[in-house]
Design a protein around this ligand. Structure first.
Ligand code: GUN
Ligand code: FE
Length: 475
């Protein structure tokens, strides 16, 4: 345990023991903090003190030598609420997963040999139909939320299924486990595109179910701080009728709820929407009132420059899901182009289109995909024609996307260590025996350590996870 103070460990455990009900008096941590407050920029705060108030928000951040550092240390010690981290441990912001299909969790790591439109019909709709059984839903959703928290995902944006009851269970589980979450009842009513055994019976029923979910989540006992929020979730344009899209757009305006959907994900879907409306996904979503501040658009691979401008102006965001995109999207998302146009972007696992629950994994894929786009992938072409110059991003941008970038897309005060932000964070042990994360203290700078965490840390290296100051996972 090194310099870590037993007394503080005890207090944190006490809070956990009492159902982690946040009645502790706040705490402080002294050690190394690493974050990426702005795109392409990481900041390492060595020997800093971060103090967290009783409500779980950061109320002080003190660098050594700065006014307040010595006082914060003394105050934390006096009150017995200071944890001093030993060498080799560092605190990073918790991560924000902007795109998860919770019901697809049992399908992780299989069935990825078919294109999207066949995968949906052959595997995914039959699996999602099983969530008519809310006991099954509870088992799966509990396993998923636990796994994501253990991997450092402190904010999760979920698609559930068409079923209201099991979607409410997902909200209950996030709240009970302490995960910050957006939860959507999937809306899909078009009998031409959705099977009879798995769809909303009508546009009106889908809208009523969405309304019911919003009311339920907003009045959940214990959710007064809106840790868990409802989301309006038309699956994607092909699965919805016009009256459903119109109704959900109106509901978004009326309720102020954020919206999520898939947008220009791949060739089939993009062409389907163009054929139906003579407009792109982005234009069509805007026509229905669904392109709004806080709307999270999944994928966005085939967006035009004009689409990106519309998304940027609307202050909507894109969930970039690079792992899933290799399977379903037919191309690489032009991440740098979107960022350069001022579009808000964060990362998504897209479980189970992407076969990993780890956002650190997704950071790696975001870097790799950007490199593939920059250089191109067809060796039969001349180098000058092969790729798209100016496309690459590095680990700094990837980590920013996974934290502050995702938080900004949701207008959430998380993802950075700044006074006023919620303390959503993860403690990484960089010296764990048997880990793939191997740090050489005499050869690695602290920025190298962060880079190595992004490239090589795994679930077991993440020793503790907090959401709003509450300890929600510990190994
Ligand atoms: N488009 C419509 N539904 C889905 C889904 O479940 N996953 C992905 N990746 N794209 C979709
Ligand atoms: Fe998806």
């Amino acid at each position: 345990m090194g310099r870590e103070q037993i007394v503080c460990e005890h207090r944190i455990r006490e809070a956990k023991g009492s159902d982690m009900s946040d009645d502790n008096a706040g705490f402080a941590i002294r050690g190394t903090f690493m974050h990426a407050p702005r795109r392409e920029e990481v900041e390492i705060l060595e020997d800093a003190v971060v103090s967290v108030d009783a409500a779980g928000s950061i109320d002080g951040l003190f660098r050594p030598g700065e006014a307040g550092h010595a006082e914060a240390l003394a105050e934390g010690r006096r009150r017995g609420v200071l944890t001093e981290l030993p060498e080799g441990r560092c605190v990073l912001p918790g991560m924000v997963d902007l795109h998860i299909h919770a019901p697809q969790w049992p399908q992780l790591g299989k069935c990825l040999h078919l294109p999207l439109e066949e995968w949906l019909v052959r595997y995914t709709f039959p699996l999602e139909a099983r969530y008519a059984d809310s006991v099954f839903a509870e088992r799966v959703y509990t396993s998923l939320v636990e796994t994501l928290l253990a991997n450092g995902t402190t904010t999760a944006v979920y698609y559930a299924t068409v079923h209201l009851q099991s979607t409410m269970r997902l909200a209950d589980i996030c709240l009970a486990r302490g995960q910050r979450a957006f939860v959507g009842k999937v809306a899909m009513d078009d009998p031409e595109q959705c099977p009879d055994y798995y769809r909303d019976p009508s546009a009106a029923a889908a809208i009523a179910g969405t309304r019911d979910l919003i009311a339920y989540v907003r009045t959940l006992p214990g959710n007064e701080s809106a840790l868990v929020r409802p989301m309006i979730t038309p699956r994607f344009i092909p699965s919805c009728t016009d009256p459903l899209l119109e109704g959900l757009g109106a509901l978004a305006g009326e309720s102020g709820c954020f919206v999520q959907t898939h947008c220009s994900e791949g060739d089939w879907e993009h062409a389907f929407v163009l054929e139906r409306y003579g407009r792109t996904d982005t234009q069509s979503l805007d026509d229905f009132g669904l392109l709004r501040r806080g709307t999270i658009l999944g994928h966005g691979i085939l967006l035009s420059g004009e689409d990106m401008e519309m998304i940027g102006e609307a202050r909507a965001g894109i969930s970039h899901c690079p792992l899933s995109n290799y399977y379903f999207s037919n191309a690489v998302f032009p991440l740098r182009a979107a960022l350069d146009k001022g579009v808000r972007v964060g990362l998504g696992t897209d479980i189970a289109g992407g076969a990993s629950p780890s956002l650190l994994d997704i950071c790696r894929h975001a870097v790799n995909a950007s490199r593939a786009l920059e250089d191109g992938v067809n060796p039969a072409l001349d180098a000058a024609e092969r790729g798209r110059p100016g496309s690459r991003v590095d680990f700094r941008t990837a980590f920013w996307l996974a934290t502050a970038g995702g938080a900004d897309a949701l207008d959430l005060p998380v993802g950075r260590f700044e006074p006023g932000c919620s303390f959503d964070a993860m403690l990484v042990d960089t010296r764990r025996p048997g880990s793939n994360l191997v740090v050489w203290p005499d050869a690695d700078s602290l920025e190298d350590v962060l880079q190595k965490i992004v490239y090589n840390a795994g679930r077991d290296d993440i020793r503790k996870v907090w959401v709003q100051g509450r300890l929600v996972a510990e190994k």
